[in-house]
Design a protein around this ligand. Structure first.
Ligand SMILES: [Zn+2]
Ligand SMILES: [Zn+2]
Length: 378
């Protein structure tokens, strides 16, 4: 380890939190534990080789350069956007919903070793026109995407530029801290995009009750209010039950047409819709279900949409809007919301598994359909 590093050995071992081995403790009151403070020169990390197979390989543990931090990752959430990496393999270690503890800090950084927090996916430049206005999810000179073209959070150690670290008080476990990313971040940003298009939202349709659909539902209730009617569709009973527990009005589109499902909840149309399914047919139906002045907010990637401009868009003044990840500066508000709605939001996490079970975790997440968010803990 180079001399300029503030290494973990220099800090009190009590500063570090590790995964609890006893899942019966839940994750509402994480105990602090001591961990070995020596950073190894290499460690075993998951290797996505393609064809739905995850092996392990030994990889060097990086050292931080100027402006950089190394985190000991304790939790990383699985995400639907990792499907191509699971199917086709990945040149880097995936994982973009990571939280952990800073164990080494390079020169020129301000984050103390021992600080706990979450990692923002996009390594934004902080200087371009978008970044200067706070639109860090639309950076014009992005340096990388963690877990996609930089090593991410399924490895034990993750090297990041300090600007994408968001400190989270250590009263929250690493698993809870991951809620700030694609659940509260991406879900909350979609709701922000809704409110930008229309201030008077009384009903919202969420298409798809996968993890992002559940996230949009939860953030809609938190941000807009409990009185908001949130209708949510899926074809998997497990997911619809989870959505119902979060306060959503479920529509099983295996049994009902979307229109009949909306009517069963006492409405004719909805004010706004958010698509998390990525399916063309579902998007088309959603547009037809939106009232005048409403918008379809697209969060799920995937297929396309065909619009008839006059009747679909111009006459009713409807719009189709994209929503991509979220801005770094949405994190502080969401951090306060996490404190207030911690138990509610934690229901979205249905599985917590050790890294040795990452293969089973991915299979359950992508092919079992009976999960909400799945977290790899280590
Ligand atoms: Zn994600
Ligand atoms: Zn930028």
């Amino acid at each position: 380890m180079a001399k300029f590093l503030k290494i973990a050995d220099a800090n009190p071992p009590g500063m570090f939190r590790v995964k609890r081995d006893d899942p019966s403790q839940g994750f509402l009151s994480p105990p602090l534990q001591r961990m070995a403070t020596t950073i190894p020169s290499s460690c075993r990390v998951p290797h996505f080789v393609g064809n739905k197979e995850i092996k392990f390989k030994e990889k060097a543990v990086p050292e931080p350069g100027p402006g950089q931090l190394v985190l000991r990752v304790h939790a990383n959430a699985l995400c639907g956007s990792e499907r191509p990496q699971f199917l086709d393999g990945a040149p880097v270690t995936p994982g973009h919903e990571a939280a952990g503890t800073v164990v080494a800090a390079g020169p020129g950084t301000n984050t103390a070793v021992g600080t706990t927090g979450a990692i923002f996916l996009m390594d934004f430049c902080g200087e371009c026109r978008s970044c200067r206005l706070g639109f860090t999810n639309q950076c014009l000179q992005k340096r990388g995407d963690m877990g996609f073209n930089r090593d991410g959070g399924y490895g034990q150690y993750e090297l990041i530029n300090e600007n994408i670290f968001f400190p989270v008080p250590d009263e929250f476990s690493a698993t809870e801290s991951t809620l700030l990313l694609d659940v509260m971040g991406t879900g909350g940003h979609a709701i922000e995009r809704c409110r930008l298009m229309r201030p008077d939202i009384e009903s919202l349709l969420v298409v798809g009750a996968g993890p992002i659909g559940l996230a949009v539902l939860a953030m809609a209730k938190i941000v807009i209010g409990q009185q908001l009617k949130v209708l949510i569709t899926d074809i998997v009973s497990y997911r619809l039950k989870l959505a119902e527990r979060l306060g959503g009005l479920p529509i099983d589109v295996r049994e009902n047409s979307l229109g009949a499902g909306i009517q069963s909840h006492g409405l004719v149309q909805v004010d706004m819709a958010v698509d998390t399914s990525g399916k063309q047919l579902a998007r088309q139906e959603a547009v037809d279900a939106i009232a005048q002045r409403g918008s379809l907010i697209c969060v799920g990637h995937g297929e396309g949409i065909t619009l008839k401009i006059s009747p679909d868009i111009i006459a009713p003044e409807r719009s189709v809007v994209g929503s991509e990840y979220f801005r770094y500066n949405e994190l502080p508000t969401n951090s306060q919301r996490l404190r207030k709605h911690r138990a509610y939001l934690s229901q979205i996490i249905t599985h917590r598994m050790g890294v040795d079970q990452i293969q089973q975790a991915f299979e359950a997440f992508f092919f079992g359909c009976e999960t909400g968010k799945v977290i790899i803990e280590q």
